[in-house]
Design a protein around this ligand. Structure first.
Ligand code: NAD
Length: 310
């Protein structure tokens, strides 16, 4: 059991994270996903590898917990996490007092704390460790993990495992604090993405060369990640979603979810957020539009452009 790590949720992020974990460590894997094609893709990717490390396919989260002590989950949102941990054949049904769960999904921090507490009450340990860095960071194992752990020992225990998948591993505080850091970051990211899109769209409409404008922004005080690493205007940077018709990357549905988490959390503690709330409405609209729901969140540039005059 100690030679094996469990991984549940082999989606855009989880697939790449599990792949790094498997190829860079000496651990065997036990994997589970409700989407059978992800499992098949993962196992066939490694079917030709000459390795002493098996990859087991577990039929349920409970089976994962029976086969591995350390288990990482990377699921879309709060209901999926509740289901995988506490539902029928969930992790809670297979755990023992050696079980150590790392939930890297971005979810509601109160759900995160609640699920972790139920696991801890059963004698196992759990931390939240949502990530920043997107699919590029997941692929390159350069993710930032924001860890909410109730003890320093839990944080230190998680570090060697997370190091296979990430570059920066930060202890943010007690349970749920990883989620707090994550939603604050993503609210700011979404606001800055709209800001860069508006600035680029305005400048281009006024007649400045797009690349020149991007260069100026990136060496001036408007510079930010959305402008210098993930520019939303097509043709400025290669290999970012804006230059690939906004395919891949971080979808509008996911950023809308993170913004909803931020707005709900702000309401809970009566923190005033103005741009965050407007940004949430914009991404909510994009996530419900058939043309945009599957596109990367930088497609806000295209959306603004379509609403601008010629
Ligand atoms: P995804 O939808 O691509 O993957 C989720 C995976 O979970 C899918 O393979 C799905 O089949 C599986 N799943 C869903 N319900 C399940 C269940 N009950 N049992 C087993 N498997 C189940 O999502 P993603 O893009 O990989 O994101 C995962 C999490 O990471 C989300 O919380 C997201 O907000 C966060 N995140 C995503 C990015 C990004 O760029 N995509 C960046 C940072 C954080």
């Amino acid at each position: 059991k100690n030679d094996t790590i469990g991984f549940i949720g082999l989606g855009q992020m989880g697939f790449r994270m599990a792949n790094n974990l498997y190829t860079k460590s000496n651990f065997s894997l036990v994997i589970h996903d409700i989407n059978k094609s992800s499992i098949e893709k993962f196992t066939s990717l490694h079917s030709t590898t000459i390795s002493q490390k098996p990859i087991y396919h577990a039929k349920s989260p409970a089976e994962v917990a029976r086969k591995a002590s350390v288990i990482i989950t990377m699921l879309p949102s709060s209901p999926h996490v509740k289901d995988v941990y506490l539902g029928k054949d969930g992790l809670i049904e297979g755990l023992d007092n050696q079980s150590f769960f790392i939930d890297s999904s971005t979810i509601d921090q109160s759900v995160s704390k609640d699920v972790a507490q139920k696991v801890i009450d059963k004698g196992a340990r759990q931390i939240d460790a949502p990530v920043s860095g997107g699919v590029v960071g997941a692929e390159a194992a350069t993710l930032t993990f924001m860890v909410g752990a109730s003890t320093e020992a839990d944080f230190l225990k998680s570090k060697p495992y997370l190091t296979y998948m990430g570059k920066n591993i930060v202890h943010c505080g007690g349970l749920g604090t990883g989620q707090i850091a994550k939603i604050c970051n993503n609210m700011l990211l979404a606001i800055s993405m709209i800001g860069v899109s508006e600035a680029m769209n305005l400048g281009i409409k006024l007649g400045i060369d797009p690349k020149l404008l991007a260069d100026i922004l990136n060496t001036s005080s408007g510079r930010c990640w959305s402008s210098d690493t993930y520019n939303p205007c097509p043709g400025i940077m290669p290999n970012v979603p804006s230059s690939k018709d906004y395919e891949g990357g971080f979808g509008n549905t996911l950023i809308a979810k993170d913004l909803r988490l931020a707005v709900n959390a702000a309401n809970d503690v009566q923190a005033t957020i103005i741009l965050g709330a407007i940004t949430q409405q914009i991404y909510n609209a994009l996530s419900k539009s058939p043309d945009y729901e599957k596109k990367d969140f930088s497609s806000i540039y295209k959306w603004l452009n379509e609403r601008s005059g010629n």
